[in-house]
Design a protein around this ligand. Sequence first.
Ligand code: B1M
Length: 520
Amino acid sequence: MLKYTQHPKWIKKSEILRNVPLRFDTLCCDTVLPTEFVSEQLVSNEVFEIDIITEGGGICQIFGQSIPCRKGDIFIIPPDIPHNCYVNESADKLYISRVFLDINDWFSGDISDMGNQRFCYGVFCGGSVIAYATLNASAYESVMQTLGAISSEVAEKRQDWQEVVRAELSVLFITLKRYIEKAEHVPFETGKEWHYASVAVRMVMENFSDSELKLETLAESLYISKSQFSRLFKDFTGESFSEYLRRVRMNHACRLLRETDMSVEQIVKECGMRDVRSFYKNFQNYTGKTPSQYKENKKTFNIKGDKIMVLLSDISEKMQQGRGKVVAELVQAALDEGCAPEKILNEGLLSGMGIIGEKFRNNEIFVPEVLVAARAMNMGAQILKPYLAASDVTNIGKVCLGTVHGDLHDIGKNLVKMMMEGKGIEVIDLGTDVPAETFVKTAIEQNCDVICCSALLTTTMGVMADVVKAAEAAGIRDNVKIMIGGAPVTDDFCKQIGADAYTADAASAANLAYEYCKAK
Ligand code: B1M
């Protein structure tokens, strides 16, 4: 029997839209889907809403379409799309953490708007704030980076943007979680103070080249006393105003020395320093080198080999941070420097992915971070694709390739595909989570020369044995070669299950598949 209860009144549009680009709350829903009242039950917002199912299971109805949902599911609902969540008839509760994002606010780039809520992200329960995350300067920076990444995904809507937004959001929650404080411990009135400090940080970032920039002037423009300003600033950034300003200026000076041919005098002006003498003194204290020694280093850095090394390590680092666009640019820069694509793949992208795997194993990072890194890896690999897969030869033979059932890892498989296509082999990409029968059915229907299986989990390796058995059962075992690969797979395992070959990397997989196809 369907039960109908009133939709809880937790959406207050005016509140959502006031000054804050992002809010989240938690909702406990106990409404069973009322078939006859569906249209009246749907609600819509003027902001993006992201619903994360944290407990229970039920139905998410979007545009009148009922989608079953369970713990871990995330729904991204664009503005003005009518939607609602309901519990299953059998389940009694559905808990949803919800995020409201005012995209326009992000695009305006006006940080001060956000500051009105003292850099605070509220955790709401039943309409009231139960906790909030108050961010210090570096946490704020990292949240802004994540929000920036989300907003560009949302704006550009690339193929798997929803996946990436999900991953980025989880990163956001992990970051915020570290800063969550119970509401009673953080008096609401501190908001203004945090606002002052954040505005001051922004003013420093924007005006550090003004040699007249002083604590007094900033305090004055915020209508607070010098000592109050000084205290707030230190609380917020962890540094005194003068230390902070010096650091910002010296970082900028280092960058100019590294990346431009500006004279020291020009740099002194550009960094808002008083004169060359005090610049030298500060610079030496900060870097331990004179500006000319620092510039000398830049010259060594410009020697091609070193530059490539730096680029490769940047690729690895940015990939681990999940900065896909930057990775793509760095990969292009390394190619432009004449670095071999295989080197970029192995010493940049794959070396970064190795570190990610290590950190993941040690619980230093979690699935969302890995996912974001994986995407960055793919964006880098896309730039390499035409170089790795450069071949004029086509139609050497046909293979079907997939990651086995239960396994969603596809980066290695995609590399194998890239390399095989580069060898002129036609690749039927079956994607991930591929059942044994599908490999065999495709091989028969498409007349494939080779079946290629990839597995990254020890728990899914067994499916490869099923593929061999299924091929035998279908009577095609003598006509088709079976190749296997993936991090946990070994030559011994290959022999044990009766597959034809194991190869350790994508390039050798492509070479062997080429041989198999040619021999047919
Ligand atoms: Co997962 N993951 N992951 N993961 N992940 C591993 C594999 C893991 C080793 C991490 C760890 O614990 N250190 C671990 C497996 C442990 C085990 O089984 N022994 C693991 C786990 C546990 C999991 C989850 C269960 C985590 C969870 O949910 N709690 C989950 C499983 C999801 C599922 O599949 N059902 C999961 C999820 C994910 C993400 C989705 C977040 C993401 C995948 C994103 C994607 O692929 N689109 C991910 C990633 C990225 C990794 C790591 C970090 C990197 C894998 C990778 O892409 N490597 C990985 C740790 C690691 O390997 N360092 C890890 C780069 C890639 C180029 O290498 O795929 O080995 P690889 O391919 C190589 C060769 O093996 C070869 O060519 C490539 C190089 O040239 N090759 C073949 C591959 N296939 C071949 C086929 C061939 C021949 C060669 O012939 C046909």
